[in-house]
Design a protein around this ligand. Structure first.
Ligand code: NI
Length: 160
């Protein structure tokens, strides 16, 4: 596996619609492995393939309970509402308030091209919406209420 370069806002690839995956080829497996590694390396909770320059409908998410791998994901159902700060690895150092559903049900294919249904609330629901938006060329910054603001991350403690 290898780290991929995360594209940042202004890169036209982030505004394009990604294409459905027809088969999980060795190349797609490598891409998914690289996406997970790239997301964890950047301390992100989600990453969509267009963010690494690949216009395919693939997203990875991990809000702390292990990874979800979503191929050709579709939102089937939403409920409720949550408003909170959102950020994106393609807009580093920034955050802004976005209202999203508080519950989201997603249908997606897994690595074996089997259909799966996932349900998420709160942060996971937000991540499902955010990452699926990327597959349609949408950034959360279009949805921000008020202004984007800078976020300061605490410096990581130095390791011996
Ligand atoms: Ni993002």
């Amino acid at each position: 596996m290898a780290l991929r370069t995360i594209r940042t806002q202004g890169d036209p690839v982030l505004t394009r619609t990604a294409r459905p995956v027809k088969a999980v080829t060795p190349r797609i497996r490598t891409l998914i492995g690289d996406m997970l590694e790239t997301m964890y390396d950047a301390n992100g909770v989600g990453l969509a393939a267009p963010q690494v320059g690949i216009l395919k409908r693939i997203a990875v998410i991990d809000v702390g309970d292990g990874p979800f791998i979503l191929i050709n994901p579709v939102i089937e159902e939403t409920a409720g509402e949550q408003t909170g700060d959102e950020g994106c690895l393609s807009a580093p150092g920034m955050a802004g308030q976005v209202t999203r559903p508080n519950y989201v049900k997603v249908r997606a294919l897994d690595m074996d091209m089997e259909e799966q249904v996932y349900e998420g609330e709160e942060l996971l629901a937000r991540a499902f919406c955010h990452e699926i938006d990327h597959l349609d060329g949408r950034m959360y910054t279009e949805l921000v209420e008020g202004r984007l603001h800078e976020v300061k991350y605490e410096e990581e403690e130095e390791e011996e």
